[in-house]
Design a protein around this ligand. Structure first.
Ligand SMILES: Nc1nc2c(ncn2[C@@H]2O[C@H](COP(=O)(O)OP(=O)(O)OP(=O)(O)O)[C@@H](O)[C@H]2O)c(=O)[nH]1
Ligand SMILES: [Mg+2]
Length: 247
């Protein structure tokens, strides 16, 4: 029987992490399924996934795209895939163990108990980040403050990318209108969900910097987020957020 919960993991060159993270998710007390969206990783990440598919048939899914098309479009692709197959709880998670797979259970619980979107948040109780250089912590923390200031949304961790969405949220948001690809994508999804009147809650988590593999953070991603939030706010004045199901 198909699970009610699908964990979407976008990957680009994650050969050091991919097998471990898949096994960890499948060892949890709830039966999650996984969808890997791999952007043609030159390091052969998708080959590792294909080998594991023999061991986990019907639980481990793989979508391969031909080039590095960005995190945002990878998730949009995954959301559509999940909606087509009617999963109730749809998760975003990184492959690099920055997000502790055990927290999937708590994010799901929050949605079972009434949240429409549950965000794994670093900043609900102080700053819960392990191993990040101080500069990066400050940048992320102030980025969240900046987002609150410009957009008016009351979310402590605006760039967080560890989340559980109820199906209805993703069926309501016009996914083809989501424009951003990096951190701005995470901000835009939260902002849009709140605009549609969904109940977005923050669940405290501890975030740990990757110990293996390489970072894909870049200045263009930063720039997109900085100017993107202003653009997003202005665009929102001209948009209608009444709910019409698109699915
Ligand atoms: N499919 C796909 N996955 C991506 C792309 N860029 C990043 N990812 C994946 O998205 C997740 C988050 O990317 P990270 O490189 O960890 O970004 P980050 O967390 O900002 O930076 P570090 O943790 O410092 O490396 C990881 O699982 C990456 O493999 C992309 O263009 N396409
Ligand atoms: Mg990371």
């Amino acid at each position: 029987m198909q699970s009610d919960s699908l964990v979407i993991i976008p990957t680009y060159n994650e050969k050091e992490n991919i097998e471990k993270i898949i096994r960890k998710v499948f060892s949890l007390s709830h039966g999650f399924e996984i969808l890997i969206i791999d952007d043609g990783s030159p390091d052969g990440t998708s080959q590792i996934v294909k080998t594991l598919q023999d061991e986990f048939p019907n639980q481990l899914h793989l979508e391969e795209r031909t080039g590095k098309l960005g995190l945002g479009t990878a998730y949009i692709h995954g959301f559509k895939w999940a909606l087509d197959r009617n999963y109730t709880y749809i998760f975003e998670m990184d492959a690099d163990f920055s997000h502790n797979p055990e927290d999937l259970i708590r994010l799901r619980e929050a949605c079972v108990k009434g949240a429409d979107v549950a965000i794994g948040s670093r900043y609900v109780k102080g700053v819960n980040v392990v191993n990040w250089p101080m500069g990066r912590v400050l940048m992320s923390y102030f980025a969240s403050m900046y987002v609150r200031l410009i957009t008016g949304i009351n979310i402590q961790d605006a760039t967080a990318g560890f989340k559980c969405y109820k199906q209805e949220v993703l069926a309501t948001i016009p996914l083809d209108q989501i424009k951003f690809v990096g951190y701005a994508f995470q901000i835009e999804m939260k902002f849009t969900a709140i605009k549609y009147g969904f109940n977005v809650v923050e669940v405290p988590i501890i975030f740990t910097d990757r110990t293996e593999g390489t970072s894909k953070m870049s200045t263009s991603i930063f720039r997109e987020a900085f100017f993107g939030v202003i653009q997003m706010k202005i665009n929102s004045w001209f948009r209608n957020y009444s709910r019409r199901l698109n699915a």
